[in-house]
Design a binder for this molecule. Sequence first.
Ligand SMILES: *[C@@H]1O[C@H](CO)[C@@H](O)[C@H](O)[C@H]1NC(C)=O
Ligand SMILES: *[C@@H]1O[C@H](CO)[C@@H](O)[C@H](O)[C@H]1NC(C)=O
Length: 598
Amino acid sequence: MISLHSMRRKLWTYLLAVILFCLVLSYCNIPVTSRAHQAEGVSAALGDDDTQSVWRRLQPYHPVSSMRPLPTGKPLSLPKVQRRFGKESATACKVRLERQAVVKDTFTRCWNSYRARAWMSDELTPVSGSRRDPFGGWGATLVDSLDTLWIMGMRHEFDEAAAAAVNITFDETTPLGEINVFETNIRYLGGFLSAYDLSGDKRLLRKAREVGDMLYVAFDTPNRMPITRWDLHAAARGEDQVAHENVLVAEMGTFTLEFFRLSLLTGDGKWFDAAQRIMDVFYEQQNTTQLPGMWPIVVNAKKQQFNQHNDFTLGAMADSLFEYLPKTHALLGGLLPMYREMYEAAMHTAAKYNLFRPMLPDEKNVLVSGMVGTSRTESGTVTELRPDGQHLVCFAGGMFALGGKLTQNDDHVGLGEKLVDGCVWTYQAMPLAIMPETFNMLPCPNRDHCAWDERKWKEEVLKKAGEQASDLDKADVVIAQKRLPKGFTSIGDTRYILRPEAIESVFVLYRITGRTDLLESAWAMFQAIESNTRTELANSALNDVTVAKDPSMSDSMESFWMGETLKYFYLIFSEPDLVSLDEYVFNTEAHPLKRLLP
Ligand SMILES: *[C@@H]1O[C@H](CO)[C@@H](O)[C@H](O)[C@H]1NC(C)=O
Ligand SMILES: *[C@@H]1O[C@H](CO)[C@@H](O)[C@H](O)[C@H]1NC(C)=O
């Protein structure tokens, strides 16, 4: 028996010891929750039972001579991202939970159909009820959906899915001739890491490491730049490899979140080293491009020249390179200042050159992110804005808002809001209330004031259609033929492929600002998408969202529908502390990864 007295004494001794310990720690700058320490525990528990994997047995041709060390030290306490939400009214709560349940129903229907008809395949074909394997046949939908199952509280389904997912073998027996390293990284590695971060199930971390071991072989080149469209069969046969000359910049610059997290969790720094090497090249060349601050869409991995081409965008083919800059800053708790620096320099340039205010019939003050082309003349570099919009670039609103919070830059939060408002506007303006893949709008001469000018709009429609700008009667014909709502000057790609980017940014901005109109926008988007894409079994991509009703379906449901789109719809109608942005960052496939916190 311990007397009260001795217990008190023990308590004091204990407290004194703790205080001394903390003093020593802070003096030596040793992080209290040292990840290196945690990582050792994890990797010991993981065991090395997959050392026999084909990828680990390969001898590297170009081993790393000096590894970049994993960052250590105490993570900074970064500014809060999420707004402090007050108490919710009973009515608001009821509406929110009803909507959340509807989203979950949609997910459950899709999941059950995938399970019944396409189990272990990459995708269900949602109209014909068959299956398809565009991502190596490693169960892309299964792995992409793991964390969504967890978040939606579908524990039984999660357990079954996790048990099946750990059975997948990531080796060269895939029927694909080459694999897309970027997609494999964001969907599979990201999927396993996030399912592990949420559930703590070690088997999933082991699986993440297996995917990581496979991808690491794509980096075995003379300059350690990866092969992004990778012939893994040749690699498995032991052939030497060289990085390619023309590579999409997003496919070079989208490794840090997954590779850093994998190194932090396993204690094996090789993935950190692999991704950091690429980012060092981006860093060195950031201000040497034709649009300093940004990098062009195509870069040369073989020669490590990231500054030669002259098309610049935040959209397709470049997007997640930029997205990962503020997110890596968050993941690492600011331990490597270069990520914040790169984010700030890149967005300074993008805000000035890529963002434009479109001329809209209701004169709403929104922004769209377009493409910038550069050309060198005798008097210097000339830039030209090509005012295209994309569904995909809607992620940018969330990026600016998140980056703005993390760097305490209210201007960026403001730009994020206008970009999100632009995406919401575009949804509402379409006949089905769904945004098309790509479109063009007319930029205003400046961002402060922008009167609607119907004649100007029609002239631009004619120009885009390759017609004489003076023939305004012809403009009405083109507008009717192409079903152009006022404000759109052309719609290049009329599809909607169940993409997430608009709801993603609406969700992020809602968590940051608490603007309740965003909940209504999200709900309108969900209803429009659900009612138009619903099939007997699941939901399908659409061929043309410019029609007034009954859009035709393309029998495709990519894994991001359940991995991303429905997850963001669910989360915006959840309690704001479910996967808080102050604890997690989402990779570009909507997989939340734990941030290093002080
Ligand atoms: C895992 O694979 C083995 C062998 O192929 C099979 O017998 C088992 O049923 C699989 N388990 C799951 C959960 O799919
Ligand atoms: C690039 O320029 C920005 C200022 O626009 C600066 O903050 C950054 O440090 C520069 N990067 C390098 C590598 O010099």
